[in-house]
Ligand binder design. Structure first.
Ligand SMILES: Cc1cc2nc3c(=O)[nH]c(=O)nc-3n(C[C@H](O)[C@H](O)[C@H](O)COP(=O)(O)O)c2cc1C
Length: 437
């Protein structure tokens, strides 16, 4: 029987690493080096990609103040993912590097040029996590008073994607001739303006960069609402998601595949990866004790509540921890993440929502145990879901060196022994590696 392999990503928050522990780099100013070394560890474990998450504000929703975010380093500081992607890409040779950039923040020409440049610099391993931004606080850094409503954000993003695709295609792949004898660098007949005039954007083109190894970056997306899923299914090479257990993972992936087929795509070209936060131990007791310590740490609950507050702009400090949420909460921000968190109708108290599973925000499965036990649970879940892989992270998104090593040198070898994840990269580019199985 042949085992179906699955893909691996890492959901990386670009804040300081786990500075509270005695083993973090808490004494040093932020310099990004930790994350470059982390990329090298993930390449050792043959991950498809590391995804650098991003936000464009200092959160101040929780308790109506920036205090908790800044005091606990929750979703802040966040440095620019694009230069980090280059540093990571230069320090690795096969790992895909995905950076988050918002359609709200970048004019499409600059975004396309940046993506093309990075993809050339790192040899065809760059991906763009397409976000439309989800917070008024972010919008206010870009000349707006409010975030546009979700439908409008996605309508704008559809046109945005149309523009950047045209820009990537504004140079034929054979436009660079590099003929020294004839004295021709590029054939001007193979480079054309795009003359895009739409509802939201007006861009002349052509792009002023040479075609990059992947021609366009790998597109990654995380839309969770019906409109967001249509957008993701139409455009993405890989979709990242958070679900509640194998049933909801399967339902999400099946739904995406139907939407992709309706959009005229081969659903196998859209790799759906689910966030998980494994807690690993030497034996089952050790793992359970680590998990207990994590969720009972004094800052755990406030950290989770501060992050869900930041991405929904709903102040969770107002709710009683020992009661269920008073009604189904709605946001113009990350509704999918909110729905996953609030589990409306479950009757769980807010405290139970936070500590349930492996931390309620970014964990699709409860995974606590030895590397081999967790590998078995991941295998079972993937078998049920049908594919395509997992995106590893931590409940509060801060990560320690120790955790990276446990995953890269404990969990992944256990998966590899079962034939579930790759032991060697088959291709030089991220897109080819994603499409390999
Ligand atoms: C796993 C995951 C990762 C995400 N990463 C980011 C991110 O880095 N930056 C961001 O602004 N939004 C991020 N989002 C939010 C999505 O881009 C999107 O705004 C959100 O899911 C709301 O989409 P929806 O309205 O279609 O549900 C992420 C969402 C998920 C589920």
């Amino acid at each position: 029987m042949s085992t179906k392999r699955f893909h691996l990503g890492w959901f990386m928050n670009f804040t300081p690493d786990e500075w509270r522990t005695p083993f973090g780099t808490g004494g040093r100013p932020w310099d990004g080096r930790f994350y470059v070394e982390m990329a090298q560890a993930l390449e050792r474990a043959c991950f498809d990609y590391i995804m650098i998450e991003d936000k464009l504000m200092v959160p101040q929703t929780f308790g109506g103040s920036t205090e908790l975010s800044l005091r606990n380093a929750m979703m802040v500081p966040k440095h620019d993912p694009a230069p980090l992607a280059v540093a990571m890409g230069m320090a690795t040779t096969r790992l895909g590097i995905v950076a988050t950039m918002s359609t709200l923040a970048y004019p499409p020409f600059l975004l396309a040029r940046l993506c093309s440049t990075i993809d050339s610099l790192i040899g065809g391993r760059f991906g763009w996590n397409i976000v439309t931004s989800a917070e008024d606080l972010a919008a206010q850094n870009f000349g707006l008073d409010r975030l546009p409503p979700r439908e409008l954000r996605y309508e704008m993003a559809d046109e945005y994607l149309d523009v950047v695709r045209k820009l990537f295609d504004s140079w034929d792949s054979n436009a660079v001739v590099l003929d020294r004898e004839a004295g021709i660098y590029a054939d001007h007949a193979r480079v054309r303006p795009i003359d895009h005039v739409g509802k939201f954007y007006k861009v002349r083109g052509p792009l002023n960069t040479v075609p990059s190894p992947q021609h366009r970056p790998v597109f990654v997306q995380a839309g969770g609402s019906p409109r967001g899923r249509d957008f993701a299914a139409l455009h993405s090479d890989s979709i990242i998601s958070v679900a509640n257990g194998p049933e909801s993972m399967k339902a999400f992936r099946d739904d995406i595949r139907v939407r992709a087929a309706k959009a005229g795509r081969n659903p196998d070209d859209v790799k759906v990866l689910f966030c998980i936060t494994p807690t690993l131990g030497e034996d089952a007791d050790d793992a359970r004790e680590k998990h207990r310590r994590m969720v009972s740490a004094p800052h755990f609950i406030t950290d989770i509540l501060a992050s869900i507050s930041a991405i929904t702009e709903i102040d969770f400090a107002q709710f009683d921890l020992d009661l269920p949420l008073p009604h189904r909460l709605v946001t113009n921000g990350e509704q999918g993440s909110l729905d996953k968190f609030q589990q409306y109708g479950s009757g769980k108290t807010l405290r139970e929502l936070v500590v349930g599973g492996a931390g309620g925000l970014v964990s699709s499965l409860e995974l606590v145990g030895t590397p081999d036990h967790v590998a078995g649970l991941m295998a079972e879940a993937m078998e049920h879901v049908g594919g395509d892989g997992f995106l590893i992270t931590t409940p509060v998104l801060r990560v320690s060196r120790g955790y990276v090593v446990e995953i890269a040198d404990g969990l992944i070898p256990a998966l590899q022994r079962r034939g579930l994840t790759r032991t060697v990269y088959a291709h030089p580019t991220l897109r080819e590696n994603l499409l390999d199985f």
